[in-house]
Design a protein around this ligand. Structure first.
Ligand code: AMP
Length: 170
């Protein structure tokens, strides 16, 4: 199965000029969902991952399932004001605007071996901010994985020094 065939392009979403890579068409397909999860799992098994950190909101879908398969904990990074306990915060740039993200202060123990996961790498700003949050809390970033890499935006340049994996490239 070519997973690329299950991803839908939505033109001019959320603003004009952006071609949005819609993974809901992949998620609703049972074989597509499982093949994506298995491929992500194969990248990260045997790495001693203790926690998977997923980025709101599409990073929660495979991130949570992966954590279960890896026998690791799951930690959400969320938009401001969503997490109830004490947080640390980081500002970041999107392909289409700027935003902030938060993580619970007690979500990561120093020395935790972290897999960071999101659905898509564009400019890399979101993942870079997530890396900063994890490292502020003493986590060791072992791997970063994405379902999709928009390689023409060179997001990997912002994430130099980390082990980065993606399943589908454009
Ligand atoms: P960036 O910080 O530029 O790497 O943007 C990555 C984040 O924005 C991820 O959480 C993606 O879900 C979302 N994103 C950015 N561009 C797109 C796109 N063209 N299609 C779908 N999601 C996108």
């Amino acid at each position: 199965m070519d997973l690329k065939d299950l991803i839908r392009d939505v033109k001019d979403f959320p603003i004009e000029g952006i071609v949005f890579k819609d993974i809901t068409t992949l998620l609703k397909n049972p074989e597509g969902f499982n093949e994506t999860l298995d491929n992500l799992y194969n990248i990260s098994k045997d790495k001693g991952i203790t926690k998977v950190v997923g980025i709101e909101s599409r990073g929660f879908i495979f991130g949570g399932a992966l954590a279960s398969k890896l026998n690791a904990g799951f930690v959400p990074i969320r938009k401001p004001g969503k997490l109830p306990a004490e947080t640390v915060e980081e500002e970041y740039e999107l392909e289409y605007g700027t935003d902030k993200m938060e993580i619970h202060k007690d979500a990561i123990e120093p020395g935790d071996k972290i897999l960071l996961h999101d659905d898509l790498l564009a400019t890399g700003g979101t993942m870079k901010a997530a890396c900063n949050l994890v490292e502020k809390l003493g986590g060791k970033i072992v791997q970063i994985s994405f379902v999709i890499d928009l390689t023409f935006l060179n997001g990997k340049d912002l994430l130099k020094g980390y082990e980065i994996h993606s399943l589908i490239e454009y």
